[in-house]
Every structure is written in C-alpha cells, then in structure tokens.
Design a protein around this ligand. Structure first.
Ligand code: ADP
Ligand code: MG
Length: 296
C-alpha cells in the first residue's frame, strides 16, 4: 500500500542531521523485512525531534541506520544522509567510528548493554574522552567529574570508582547521558531512554535531557512508543507506522490536530477529560488541566 507523503510542517533552518528517503531492508532466514521505508527527517541545532510509534514500527532501526550501526545483513539506502557538512553515506567505517562519539552520540533504553560491566565508570568516561580528544588522564577525569555532577550523580568523584552494577537504573542512565556528552556532540539520539525506569525517575531523566538539550543547543532525536513522553520533551514530532512516517509537524500541531488515524489512536490512550495541550514553564508541550468542562 502506498501512502501519500505526510504534510511537512517542520521549521526551516540549517539541519544538523538530514535524511532523505532512508530505507532499511533486513535479510532474514525467512525472507526480507522492509523495516524502514522512505523516511525523511531533519533536526536542527537547539531542536528536539520526537519519533513515536508502536513497537516494531521501525524507530530503532531508523536510529541505528542514522548512526550506521546496522549489521551487515541490513541494506541501508538513502538519497541523502548528512551530518552537518559530512555525507554519512560516503565516509569510511573508520571515520564513522570517529563521528560516533565526537559528533553524534546515542543513549539506549538499557544502559547495562552500553556500559562495560567489568570497567569502572570513571575508566569508561575517561577512555571515551581520550579516544576522541587529546587530553591527559587528569583532564579527562576532571571533565568526567564535572559532567557527572551536571547530570545529578551525587558525590561524582567517588562515583568514578564504581562499577555499573553498583548503581541504580536511574543513576546508570545519568552516567550514560554523561558518557554521551563527554565529547560535546552536535547530535544526541536517545532511543527509549526512560522506558526501563519507574515513573518518578523517568520524569527526572526527561527533565534532565530537556535542560541539557536547551543549555547546549543540541540537536536531539528522542524516540519513544509513548506519545505522552514525546510530547513532554520534543519540539517537532514524527509518527512512524509500519516503517514509514505517517505524520509530522510541531508537537502542538500534531497533538492538537492529528491528521492520521494512527496518530489519533496513539493519542486516544493519553487524554483525560478536561485536559488540553499547552506549554509548561520550560516551553515543552504538556497536558494542562482546564477544570470541569474544558478541553477540545
Ligand atoms: P521499534 O524500535 O519501532 O520497536 P524496530 O526498529 O526495532 O522497531 O524494528 C522494525 C522492524 O524491523 C520490526 O519488524 C523488527 O522485527 C524488524 N527488525 C529489527 N531488527 C531486526 C533484525 N536484526 N533482524 C530482523 N528483523 C529486524
Ligand atoms: Mg525500538
């Protein structure tokens, strides 16, 4: 089935990352899976693009393809895939490895899969820094301590000596955020970064990511199956269904006037009577109570 391309309401401006007609086909023993089909996306400095869709809609494959992290049984094609001035389709694997970490970093749902269990977090932060930057161990440690402090890890200099399993899930996710920030990237891709956390910690991590994104003027791609979470943090949103983008635009537009039936279905799980979309004090879209009889 061919779907009409969705209306593009994204703001103009120089994109940090731009993908045009991105497709990923994965070869499996049972045949080909067209995991991503003709996705366009673009995210600018100081902007968070939310990608939302149900499980299996192609969100993670999209993000891994953007980082060129898909395995060799995946065929990734695009008309255009650029990070700033760099054409990601033509750079060598070695250059790509430099770009990951230096210019684009990823935060995953489960930090235990990204952290090395046998190394202290201090060692991992210092090595990440020194792989990409000329810095002494002392400088890298000082930078790591500052960042752990920034992301809300208590007693950061002591924590450098901890192993990942000694930290709670929330603290591990803070360490992952610090790791992603170590080399001051232009772009962060966060794939369901709060899904494994309980609701209170999830809200704290979302607020932290929003603060850091605004403070550093980062471009961020924030992926979630939960449209409420995306609404809280993103400026622009892109809705995926069956490997395609079915709708995109500003969070306020898409959530207040969803055009695609799938977006409406995602949203119907969230609203409560007397609530409407508005902006909170940080400028993020959020559900505001209107009291009795309010809402649209
Ligand atoms: P989401 O992150 O939105 O939950 P994914 O991007 O992980 O979804 O998956 C999109 C589709 O690609 C799904 O149908 C999934 O089964 C398939 N897929 C993902 N990774 C692989 C893989 N390594 N091998 C085969 N199929 C895969
Ligand atoms: Mg996923």
């Amino acid at each position: 089935m061919k779907m009409a391309s969705p209306p593009d309401k994204t703001t103009p401006g120089r994109p940090v990352l731009e993908a045009r007609n991105l497709s990923v086909t994965i070869a499996t023993p049972r045949g080909e899976v067209k995991a991503v089909r003709g996705v366009n996306l673009s995210v600018a400095h100081g902007e968070t693009l939310g990608i939302v869709g149900e499980s299996g809609s192609g969100k993670s494959v999209t993000s891994l393809a953007l980082m060129r992290l898909m395995p060799s049984n995946a065929d990734v094609t695009a008309d255009r895939l650029v990070l700033g001035e760099t054409d990601l389709l033509s750079v060598s694997e070695r250059r790509m490895a430099d770009l990951r970490g230096q210019r684009m970093a990823m935060i995953f749902q489960e930090p235990m899969t990204a952290l090395n269990p046998v190394l202290t977090i201090g060692r991992q932060l210092v090595e990440t820094h020194r792989r990409h930057r000329r810095a002494s161990v002392a400088e890298a440690r000082a930078h790591a301590t500052d960042l752990l402090d920034r992301v809300g890890v208590p007693r950061p200099s002591e924590r450098l000596g901890s192993y990942p399993h000694q930290l709670s899930g929330g603290l591990r996710q803070r360490v992952m955020i610090a790791m992603a920030l170590m080399c001051d990237p232009d772009l962060i891709i966060a794939d369901e970064p709060t899904t494994a956390l309980d609701v209170t910690i999830q809200a704290q991590i979302l607020d932290l990511l929003a603060e850091i994104q605004a403070e550093r003027g980062l471009a961020m791609i924030f992926i979630s199956h939960d449209i409420g979470v995306v609404a809280r943090i993103a400026h622009q949103v892109q809705v995926m269904y069956g490997g395609q983008t079915v709708e995109r635009g500003s969070v306020t537009d898409v959530l207040s006037r969803p055009e695609h039936p799938y977006t409406r279905a995602l949203l119907s799980a969230v609203p409560r009577r007397g609530m409407r979309w508005g902006r909170d004090k940080l400028g993020a879209a959020t559900w505001n109570g209107l009291g009795e009889g309010g809402g649209e």
